[in-house]
Design a protein around this ligand. Structure first.
Ligand code: HGY
Ligand code: MN
Ligand code: MN
Length: 399
């Protein structure tokens, strides 16, 4: 068993939380390329150096701690959602760092560590690992903007010490990512470990409907071209039209809405909104896209709106590597017999992109109440340590 040190691991997790600490409890605000994100990455790079790893920050800000020669890559991301929890991504990075340190101390299997940049999609969808894997070209990424119109190219230029070249993936034998479940299953069922079998696919696009801005008091309801009403009709129609396409595991979200001019005495003339959907089946994602596009056209035609679709980003569903999954399942059975399960991931992870280049495996620990992408995200420290132990046992077994 690798000589992991739970106290050192927990201390680093709490230290990382301080970068962008916000809100109640253990919340963080640490979006990609924000001041706390850049500072946290510099701190991580230092920890990697102390662990005897050689640091390379790639052109888009993903931070790698590289072991000599061939190695197992482990990690996740350390950027957060606009309002995030202290563990989403950070857990996988610090767990990887702890396993790497223990492995160096034991002369054990060489382990490299990574914190990918912009997994949380301030600019794209799992942007940093998507660029590294070729799922997204750097050119296309550089043109992406965040919700305030900041360009990816300008944001990444803020990050010091970036190298000109990307890390060569052929030096890695595989990738293991530990993550919080971000859902309710493990917590509800009293399980300590989830071994992931597959990660869902995702599509994400912006849609704009332009009607007519006018006076809220003098404009009769009949004949208004009210952009909010267009959105609400669109939302109602897609739910109806999805009915015999989706399953209980399919999800779709309109999470970001910009209403112009967003004033109570003005009939809104324009709405731009995010449309995101996820499912484990690529065909179903495609059928949902057709329904979304057709419904937006119908609403625009029937209501006299001008319609524009923004760029659509997406990732396909992926299965985890059988050998890595088996090592994780054996380690879970040895450590927490009867308190683990194999399960799909409804959340997206960097492992999806990395699976283009090498075998990948994922391990979950419970999220209290299933809460994530919120300041209230949390996991019992005992569960964090159990996850670390099972992860280290699997790494040892793979050696
Ligand atoms: O949205 C996701 O699934 C990931 O947490 N960014
Ligand atoms: Mn995450
Ligand atoms: Mn997340």
């Amino acid at each position: 068993m690798l000589p992991i040190q739970p106290d050192r691991f927990l201390a680093d997790l709490h230290a990382l939380r301080k970068f962008g600490a916000a809100g109640v409890g253990k919340g963080v605000v640490r979006p990609a390329f924000s001041e706390p994100d850049i500072a946290a990455r510099a701190w991580l790079a230092e920890r990697m150096r102390e662990a005897g790893l050689s640091v390379q920050i790639d052109p888009v800000g993903s931070v790698f701690g590289l072991s000599e020669g061939q190695s197992l890559l482990m990690g996740s991301h350390s950027d957060s959602q606009p309002e995030g929890g202290w563990l989403d991504g950070a857990l996988g990075v610090i767990a990887a760092l702890e396993v790497a340190r223990a492995s160096v101390e034991a002369g054990g299997p060489p382990v490299s560590v990574v914190s990918f940049q912009d997994e949380e999609g301030r600019f794209g969808v799992t942007t940093g690992s998507a660029i590294w894997s070729g799922n997204l070209t750097l050119d296309k990424a550089d043109g992406l903007t965040d919700r305030d119109g900041v360009r990816f190219a300008d944001a990444r230029a803020l990050m010091p010490d970036r190298s000109d070249s990307f890390v060569d993936p052929s030096q890695f034998t595989g990738f293991l990512e530990m993550h919080i479940e971000q859902g309710p299953v493990l917590d509800r069922e009293g399980d300590a470990i989830g071994v992931v079998d597959a990660i869902v696919g995702i599509r994400d696009m912006k849609i704009t409907l332009e009607g007519e801005q006018n006076h809220a008091g003098t404009t009769p309801m009949q004949g208004r071209r009210d952009a909010f009403q267009a959105l609400s009709r669109f939302n109602m129609l897609i739910a109806e039209r999805f009915a015999n396409v989706v399953t209980p595991r399919t999800v779709w979200t309109i999470g970001h809405v910009t209403l112009h001019p967003n004033a109570s005495s003005i009939v809104p003339g324009r709405v731009t909104f995010s449309m995101q959907w996820r499912d484990g089946d690529s065909d179903r994602l495609g059928r949902m896209e057709q329904i979304i596009r057709d419904t937006a056209e119908d609403v625009a035609q029937s209501g006299g709106f001008n319609l524009t679709f923004g760029p659509m980003l997406g990732l396909e569903p992926v299965d985890m590597d059988a050998r890595l999954r088996d090592a994780l399942e054996q380690a879970a059975e040895a450590d927490v017999p009867g308190r683990w399960r194999t399960m799909p991931s409804g959340a997206l992870h960097d492992a999806t992109n990395v699976s283009e280049m090498m075998p990948v495996g994922m391990l979950f620990v419970p999220s209290i109440g299933g809460i994530s992408h919120a300041f209230g995200e949390d996991t019992a420290e005992a569960d964090l340590v159990t996850g670390l132990r099972v992860l280290a046992e699997a790494v040892d077994a793979l050696n």
